[in-house]
Design a protein around this ligand. Sequence first.
Ligand code: GRG
Length: 298
Amino acid sequence: MSELAPTFGEWTGAIQQRTESALDRFLPSIAIAPARLHDAMRYAVLGGGKRVRPLLCHAAGALSGADPAALDAAACAVELIHAYSLVHDDMPCMDDDVLRRGKPTVHVQYDDATALLVGDSLQSLAFLLLAEHCPVEPAARVRLVSELAVASGSRGMAGGQAIDLASVGVALGVAELEFMHIHKTGALIRCAVRLGAGCGSLDVAAAARLDHYAATVGLLFQVVDDVLDCEASTAALGKTAGKDAAANKPTYVSTLGLGRARERARELHGEAVASLEHFGAGARRLRELADFVLTRQN
Ligand code: GRG
């Protein structure tokens, strides 16, 4: 890296590498029984993914003066929940997909029962990381555990997934669609920022501004995902393109049309960046991450 502040690409590369090493360290070795389950957990998590949630967690933590070791545990905890959700989402009883991150999905590579157990075990491991490997004050640690539990459970991601599964063939209004996406995808992204900030400290007003950024970026992520699902190729996405339309699921594109969905993405991006104004230069990475979420190609 140069002596100047790292570019966005250099910074993301460094955090992605740091996250990969931390995940490798935290995941059980295949030398430990049951080896096949541990092998499948490592297959599901390592060597792929953009690591958007860990990037957001580290960027928010830098703003709140958090200890990088605490951020590693928090970032990995969120990423493990994300990986579990992808493994379960790809199973035949849910989205029934064969390709994820450019390779066969876990139930295809192993089997359905193993995929189920991989998701269960990744979820447990996420909470173990916060409980045992996150060096923050005990009261703060309990808050982190509880935030992750709410964001990933029936009032967050799993609840959003339930609405998603029940929405096949249903024409949702924009408000209902946003409610579904705020929970299914937005809750965990918002949580990544909140956990990063919660590993350090911010005053109440700053925490509220940052939370607004987090919620807005979470929804932006899904609007862009809907646009990409309709526009990008399977090769570019590393997962099957056009799945939502084929499954007759409501999306921003089917509800608003492509042009208005793109416009909604630009609106949300503007709102996210505006909520960072107060933070000045310290929020550079969060601003760049909002840009990245808007312009990403996969
Ligand atoms: C199974 C409880 C349960 C929940 C599943 C998030 C989710 C809920 C399902 C995933 C379906 C999906 C593809 C949603 C679109 C948004 C999304 C989460 C995309 C994948 O996230 P990325 O792009 O993936 O961050 P990478 O591979 O980069 O980590």
